[in-house]
Ligand binder design. Structure first.
Ligand SMILES: Cc1cc2nc3c(=O)[nH]c(=O)nc-3n(C[C@H](O)[C@H](O)[C@H](O)COP(=O)(O)O)c2cc1C
Length: 361
C-alpha cells in the first residue's frame, strides 16, 4: 500500500478535506504553515503583514510596548485596507498591554500572539469569546506545558538560533520534538522559530514534528519590511550573529537577544554589566508607532525608515541563519521560495522507495 502525503505546492482549494483537517502544511486555517514573526518595535507593519497574508501565510503585526489602543486599531484597519485575508497581532507581555489587547480582541483579528509573560487561561478564554485564536511563543518545555493547560490554539517554539529576543536556551533540534511529544494527540499545532530561512529549514522543522514555521530574519530582509535600508543591507552583507545582553538593558532587563555582529557590536560586546543605555549619549532619533523617540547608544530599538543619526551603531537583531540571506526580496517571493523549496526537497530527497517498505511521498 502506498501512503501519499500531499506536496506543499497544491492550494488548499484543491484539497477541501485537508483544509477541514487543518492539514500538515496549513495551520489554523491558513493556506501555508508559514508565520511572519511579529517584529518589534514596528518592523512588521501593515505592508509586510498584508504581503505575507496575501501570499497565503499568517502575518503578525506588532503592538506598541505602551498602551495605545487607538493606534493599535489604526494599525489593524490600515492592514485591512491592504488585504482581505486574516492576520494577527503580537503583544509582548513584559510591557503594558491590557488596553492594547482589548483593542485587538474588539477588532477580532484572527490571532493574538503572545511573548515574554504569562499566557493565562483567563486571557485565552477572553480571546476565544471574541473569536480570536491565541498563539504564545515559548522557549522551554515547562512554558509549553503551561500554554497547553491554558488552552492555547497553537504554540510557537523558539530556539536559541532565533533573531531578536531569545527566551530559552535550547536549540530547535532538541526543543521542538519535546514540545511535539508533550502536545501528543491534542489538536495544537507546534510552530518552529529560529534560523529558518529556506525550504531546507522548513523541511527540517516538519521532520522534527512541527506543523509550521515562524520566520523573522528572512522577512526582515524583504522589500515590505519597515527596517531601515542600512539594516536591510547589513542583513545581506554580514554573516554572523551573537547571543548577548548588551542592548536595552535598562528598558527590558534580563532579556538576552541575538544580534548581527556589526563593527559597532564587535567594539562593545564586552560592555561592563553595570552599563546600560540610560546614561549614554543620544545617537539618533526615530518615530516608533507614531511616537518621537530619542535613540541612546545601546538602546534596544532597531532602526526603521524614519530613523536618523548614527544608524550603524544601533542594534540590529538577526537570527543565526542570516548568512544564508543573499538578497532583499518581496515578501511573497520569500513565501513562494519556502514552499517550493520544501516541496522540491521532499520530492528529490525523500521520494525514493525504501526496499520492502511502502513509498512515503
Ligand atoms: C527584528 C526582530 C524583532 C522581533 N520582535 C519580536 C517581538 O516583538 N515579539 C516576538 O514574539 N518575537 C519577536 N522576535 C523573534 C521572533 O518571534 C522569532 O522567534 C525569530 O525571528 C525566529 O528566528 P529567525 O529570526 O532566525 O527567523 C523578533 C525577531 C527579530 C529578528
Amino acid at each position: 500500500m502506498h501512503t501519499h502525503i500531499c506536496p506543499l505546492g497544491l492550494s488548499l482549494q484543491d484539497q477541501p478535506r485537508e483544509r477541514e483537517m487543518g492539514g500538515w502544511r496549513g495551520i489554523l486555517g491558513f493556506e501555508y504553515g508559514i508565520v511572519l514573526a511579529p517584529l518589534g518595535p514596528d518592523i512588521s507593519g501593515p505592508e509586510l503583514v498584508a504581503a505575507v497574508a496575501n501570499a497565503g501565510g499568517l502575518g503578525l503585526l506588532r503592538a506598541p510596548d505602551w498602551e495605545s489602543p487607538d493606534y493599535v486599531r489604526d494599525l489593524i484597519r490600515k492592514t485591512r485596507t491592504l488585504t482581505d485575508k486574516p492576520f494577527g497581532v503580537g503583544v509582548v507581555l513584559a510591557f503594558p498591554h491590557k488596553e492594547n489587547i482589548k483593542a485587538i480582541l474588539d477588532e477580532k483579528v484572527a490571532v493574538l500572539q503572545l511573548y515574554w509573560g504569562e499566557c493565562t487561561e483567563e486571557l485565552v478564554l477572553q480571546a476565544h469569546q471574541a473569536g480570536v485564536k491565541v498563539v504564545p511563543q515559548v522557549g522551554r518545555v515547562e512554558e509549553a506545558k503551561k500554554a497547553i493547560d491554558a488552552g492555547v490554539d497553537a504554540i510557537i517554539v523558539q530556539g536559541r538560533e532565533a533573531g531578536g529576543h531569545v527566551i530559552g536556551q535550547d536549540s530547535l533540534f532538541s526543543l521542538v520534538p519535546r514540545v511535539v511529544d508533550l502536545v501528543g494527540d491534542r489538536n495544537i499545532p507546534v510552530i518552529a522559530a529560529g534560523g529558518i530561512v529556506d525550504g531546507r529549514g522548513y523541511v527540517a522543522a516538519l521532520s522534527l514534528g512541527a506543523q509550521g514555521i515562524c520566520v523573522g530574519t528572512r522577512f526582515l530582509a524583504t522589500e515590505e519590511s519597515y527596517a531601515h535600508p542600512t539594516y536591510k543591507r547589513k542583513l545581506v552583507e554580514l554573516e554572523n550573529t551573537e547571543y548577548t545582553d548588551v542592548f536595552g538593558r535598562a528598558r527590558w532587563p534580563g532579556a538576552p537577544h541575538r544580534v548581527l555582529k556589526t563593527p559597532f557590536f564587535q567594539d562593545w560586546r564586552n560592555l561592563p554589566s553595570h552599563e546600560n543605555e540610560a546614561n549614554q549619549p543620544v545617537i539618533g532619533r526615530s518615530t516608533i508607532h507614531g511616537m518621537e523617540k530619542e535613540i541612546r547608544r545601546f538602546a534596544g530599538t532597531v532602526p526603521n525608515p524614519t530613523t536618523t543619526g548614527d544608524i550603524e551603531s544601533m542594534v540590529m537583531y538577526a537570527g543565526q541563519s542570516v548568512g544564508l540571506i543573499k538578497e532583499i526580496l518581496p515578501a511573497a517571493e520569500v513565501v513562494k521560495r519556502l514552499v517550493e523549496g520544501a516541496q522540491l526537497l521532499i520530492h528529490q530527497r525523500f521520494n525514493s522507495e525504501i526496499p520492502g517498505r511502502s513509498k512515503l511521498v
